[in-house]
Design a binder for this molecule. Structure first.
Ligand SMILES: C[S@@+](CC[C@H](N)C(=O)[O-])C[C@H]1O[C@@H](n2cnc3c(N)ncnc32)[C@H](O)[C@@H]1O
Length: 204
């Protein structure tokens, strides 16, 4: 369990806050139905194995009249190239720890999923929000991506060290081909990211 969970819960206890952190699989929540007035599921559905179960849990645990907010990435250059990079630097059949379902790049698919799980079509409002990520240090950036998409969970390996230069080279090449990539004459890199935010009311 991450230490921050205990730290938060102990502060909540000392300060008399009516909140508590619990960690559970969002495909099988143990909260009773109709528990929450507000639910946030931020950038999670595309990487959850059974996204239909997770969206259904979101619907059932919310009270009637409640609001749920769910975010998806419509464009995220560094995420979109992560798997490709792993395949090019390691092996073409290498598996990665985070494998987003590509259908979530389609804004209509996301709404249909939420409707299929119980929300009424007219109660799902969709927004798009763009932002720019400045890549200050390409080496740190590659390190973070390789850490997140590794096959094994045991941390940095010798093999990662040996292929470090190659990983940086391929990373730069693949990133430069992605939609949303901008580099100026001084090679300052900016990445354009687009999020879709779905806000749902549960009216019935
Ligand atoms: C892309 S991250 C988003 C993190 C954070 N919500 C945010 O918006 O920055 C997706 C998160 O979903 C979590 N996750 C994946 N499958 C899950 C599951 N079945 N139940 C609960 N969390 C899960 C991962 O551990 C990861 O922290």
């Amino acid at each position: 369990m991450p230490p921050m969970v205990d730290i938060y819960n102990s502060s909540a206890g000392q300060n008399g806050w009516l909140s508590k952190v619990v960690i559970m699989d969002c495909q099988h929540l143990s909260f009773p139905d109709l528990t929450f007035t507000h639910i946030f599921l931020s950038f999670g559905l595309p990487i959850i194995a059974d996204r239909v179960a997770a969206a259904a849990q979101e619907f059932y645990t919310m009270k009637t009249g409640g609001t749920a907010v769910t975010a998806f990435c419509l464009n995220i250059p560094q995420g979109d190239m992560a798997r490709e990079m792993r395949h090019k630097v390691w092996r073409s059949d290498a598996t990665v720890t985070i494998e987003p379902h590509l259908k979530h790049k389609d804004p209509n698919f996301n709404r249909e999923l939420l409707v299929q799980m119980g929300f009424r079509f007219e109660d799902v409002r969709l927004y798009e929000k763009s932002n720019i990520l400045k890549v200050e240090d390409i080496c740190e950036f590659v390190f973070a991506i390789l850490s997140a998409i590794r096959e094994e969970a045991e941390g940095w390996t010798e093999d990662d060290d040996e292929r470090w230069d190659e990983a940086i080279k391929i990373h730069k090449m693949l990133l430069s081909e992605k939609k949303g990539y901008h580099a100026d004459e001084n090679r300052n890199i900016k990445l354009g990211i687009v999020a879709q935010i779905a806000i749902m009311r549960k009216e019935v």
